[in-house]
Design a protein around this ligand. Structure first.
Ligand code: UN1
Length: 508
């Protein structure tokens, strides 16, 4: 798909800075923000950067839209979300292309990301008729006790570059059926994806008379900070680094607001002696090389049982040698570029540290600077033989660097797997039920996600997504994650004509 055609289909223009923003934001003194292709550094389009005053207007729009949205029956809110899902379906190809163009993930993954948006929209439509509360027996005669869930109010959604549209949708689709209005601040590296989404959904919201339900502000980090501090936002959902997440959490907590954090991961795959190595290698390849290692669920560590370590390493090296790197929009490419030159610098710094700290680079370990790669942010996917105490292995580096660690048994593997600050995703490859169960038991993986015979990345939307420890404890998407977006009310209704007190207390 040609870039011009693509931008046109998604309501974007190449050389018309600010028009997209001006459609829902008006203001002066905004600086243009250039969205650059990670493939060749070319400016795809420019967008005007919102100011704090613009943010204030967007938040005010979400506040103003709330009462009518709250009073719209949940299944009717679901109908709006259903139509949003349909618009996404119609434009899946174009939006998937734009994700690929602007963020750098391959087309299959760009389209998969839009599929995730469609899936969560479908899920939310069903949910709009299932915002169930419990009924519990009262200890008092002639009393009924139950709980119900009410809309929370306007919320803030701050997303990262690596899933420039899907992470918003996990929050937005669920929050919308829950009756919340929202302000979205996307990463400033992927503003076009966000603008395209806003262009697609705005007509649906307008047609239903609810234009202020979903608002977008493309702007600097200061806006994220303002969202954290903004009393008007009952919940701030943040996806990004642990460091920035801590700041958001502090700001939100100091005003006793709610936060939902999806922060760094440091995900390991355990490969046991009886593992199906074919499956394990394919899963590790997708987990470590997919999205060029820029998912929070990317596989960063493989813990290999000593008896299969040599064979696994040999075969994985062979698989790495066949990874086709290049233009993410070209057929056959398996790995695209990193998002920015800064990400390439982080990759290089990590390699330096790995060498210094005693890791051994088995393959890759190089930035690609010549030929077709010259202008892009291309690196080689890298395998590192690592001792289990390599210091850098405690940190999340957002790049395709995979550490291979040899372990002696499951007990050791679980200990090494848990011995990092983060706790997002984990996986074990084994055919033994007892080993799988041990890995899944309370003494096993300490992560929010634990898989058997599938990799660490590529979760479905039906489950609650998120992790523990430095990952921040938030849960998004499926299961009962919707509860974060609502306020719970416990109700006791007395129809007895008497006034018995709880705990049998006699008063006067
Ligand atoms: C992320 O990297 O921020 O499980 C989310 C996965 C995707 C989501 C990743 N469904 O890999």
């Amino acid at each position: 798909m040609k870039v011009q055609t693509l931008l046109k289909e998604l309501g974007l223009k190449k050389d018309n800075p600010g028009v997209y923003a001006a459609r829902w934001l008006a203001g002066r003194g905004r600086e243009p923000l250039a969205s650059c292709s990670p493939h060749d550094g070319a400016v795809i389009a420019r967008v005007q950067r919102a100011t704090l005053a613009d943010y204030d207007r967007a938040a005010a729009a979400a506040v103003a839209a709330f009462p009518r949205w709250r009073d719209t029956p949940a299944p009717r809110r679901g109908e709006v979300v259903r139509q949003i899902g349909n618009v996404l379906r119609e434009h899946q190809e174009a939006l998937g292309h734009l994700v690929s163009l602007e963020m750098g993930k391959i087309l299959a993954e760009g389209s998969g990301e839009v599929q995730e948006m469609i899936d969560i929209a479908d899920f939310a439509v069903g949910l709009s008729r299932q915002l169930y509360g419990l009924t519990m027996p009262s200890e008092r005669p002639g009393h009924r006790m139950y709980e119900q869930w009410h809309p929370l109010g306007p919320i803030g959604i701050i997303t990262a570059f690596n899933f420039p549209v899907a992470v918003w949708s996990w929050n937005a689709m669920i929050a919308a059926v829950c009756g919340d209005t929202m302000v979205w601040k996307p990463a400033s590296t992927t503003p076009l994806c966000a603008l395209a989404v806003q262009n697609l959904i705005a007509p649906v919201l307008r047609a239903h008379g609810h234009p202020g339900v979903m608002n977008l502000v493309v702007g600097p980090g200061a806006i994220g900070q303002a969202m954290g501090e903004d009393e008007r936002l009952g919940l701030v959902s943040f996806t990004g680094s642990t460091e920035v997440g801590r700041g958001v959490a502090r700001a939100v907590a100091s005003r006793l607001g709610r936060h939902l954090l999806e922060l760094g991961g440091n995900n390991a795959v355990l490969v046991m002696d009886d593992a199906d190595l074919d499956l394990a290698i394919r899963a590790v390849l997708f987990g470590a090389v997919g999205t060029a290692g820029q998912r929070c669920t990317s596989t960063r560590r493989v813990l290999l049982h000593r008896s299969i370590a040599a064979e696994f390493t040999r075969r994985l090296k062979r698989a790495y040698a066949q990874v086709r790197i290049g233009d993410p929009r070209a057929a056959g490419t398996l790995m695209g570029p990193l998002v920015t030159p800064e990400a390439v610098a982080d990759y290089e710094q990590a390699l330096e540290r790995i060498r210094r700290e005693g890791g051994r680079i088995l393959c890759g370990g190089k930035v690609l600077r010549s030929g077709a790669y010259r202008k892009g942010n291309y690196v080689l996917p890298t395998l590192v033989a690592a001792p289990d105490d390599l210091p850098i292995m405690q940190e999340e580096v957002f790049a395709p660097i995979l550490y291979l660690v040899t372990v002696n048994d499951l007990t050791e593997a679980i200990a090494v797997q848990n011995d990092v600050p983060q706790g997002l995703s984990s996986a074990i490859f084994t055919g033994r039920v007892a080993d799988a169960e041990r890995f899944l038991s309370h003494g096993g993986s300490d992560c929010g996600i634990a898989n058997v015979n599938i990799g660490t990345s590529g979760a479905e939307i039906g489950g609650a997504f998120g992790g523990e420890k430095d990952t921040g404890g938030g849960r998004e998407a499926g299961s009962d994650a919707w509860r974060s977006y609502m306020r719970r009310q416990t109700c006791t209704l007395n129809w007895s004509g008497e006034l018995p007190l709880a705990q049998g207390i006699q008063f006067g």
